[in-house]
Design a binder for this molecule. Sequence first.
Ligand code: 2HG
Ligand code: ZN
Length: 463
Amino acid sequence: MPDSPLSRLSERLPTLMLKASPEDLEFYGRDWTRRWEPAPLAIALPTTTQEVQAIVRWAVEEGICIVPSGGRTGLSGGAVAANGELVVSFERMNAVLDFDPVDRIMTVQPGLALEALQRAASDHDLIYPVDFAARGSCSIGGNIATNAGGIRVIRYGNTREWIAGLKVVTGTGELLDLNRGLVKNSSGYDLRHLLIGSEGTLGLVVEASVRLADPPPAANVMVLAVPAMDALMKVFESCRKKLNLNAFEFFTDRALAHVVGQGAQDPFEQASPFYLVAEFDAETEVQQALAGEVFEECFEQGWVNDGVISQSSAQAASLWRLREGITESLAPLRPYKNDISVRTSLIPAFMQAMHEIFEREYPDCEVVWFGHIGDGNLHINVIRSVGTSDEQFVADCERVTALLSDTLSRFGGSISAEHGIGLVKKKYLAGTRSEAEIALMRGIRKVLDPHGIMNPGKVFDTA
Ligand code: 2HG
Ligand code: ZN
């Protein structure tokens, strides 16, 4: 091999697996956004922390940038490598390293799939409670990079709440061992939390210690058909008063049409504009009866038209499919995605404001709303009208997203609730974070990544 940065990397780490076939560059260079042409230099697949450190030191010497890579299920372009970067895939660092039953902490490598972590927890009769539809393909490292949320945040919080310790390689190749599984630690700045949600811009997670929890009581799932937007949060309030909720989600008739088009079962005879999914504790007969009471109250008030409560775990799964199958059912249409949040109490006014903007600005596009409404987190997927080019479609959506961003600023919301900023939402960061905050973030990035090699161009530009 002629003398080149890659040959020097191989010389330094003879056992490091490197891939550089056109198929590999294509496969590892993109995430689910499918918007950028992948063009990485190569893919490194380390198996040890020492290898990761050596890769970073090599990258500093060679002036080559690094894009960390987990399951690449991200929706914001955070794992895109389109500029000759070295992709560092954690695919081969996917082991469970340790479990301590007293601490109830499992130590894992970053490439472990979320579902594999959930399974490993259940081997000890415990759960890792963060959960969402991409569980089979996304990795815990990626979840940490975006502080992933998902469907049970209302009960268990985001990824952040479950990370008891992190080992991280910084942009100089230094290894940090952060918090070490401590429950209490009041010894200065908690750098662990700085790393969580940093989208690979401050360091590479090489090990995570995650807290596990007791399994929840048996649960039921109720899907409610809702006739009007302003009833959604009234139903939420009513559910919250009586039920112990694991999840409170919503979708529209348009979303339902797409999942049903993919084979899901529509449980209702009559169509409604909105649907809510509530998962709640139903261990006892008393708890189960409470769901009926909630339904009756909401029905009498005219907030719901119809409802169905799961009678078996198979039915619960098929009801969940109505909500969890939405992203996959829309994927072939390559929608433009928004993932926003406001305080939950502001949802009705915010939805109304956005609805008016979308009606006006997207006259020819289908706009599909769904998401974690109980957390104040809405997903808005916009589908192009037939014949619109990629460029035109993105330009139109970006113009409307600027209006969305202004509205979010007025409501004190966020342009990214759980998917991250990556490349897709970079333009709008200043609508959610103040100039002073962004200046501080820039300074922090410079300290942890002084050579500017860690996932450059993501979240915000450094130059
Ligand atoms: C979900 O909640 C995911 O299903 C994906 O966060 C959302 O596809 C989306 O916009
Ligand atoms: Zn989501």
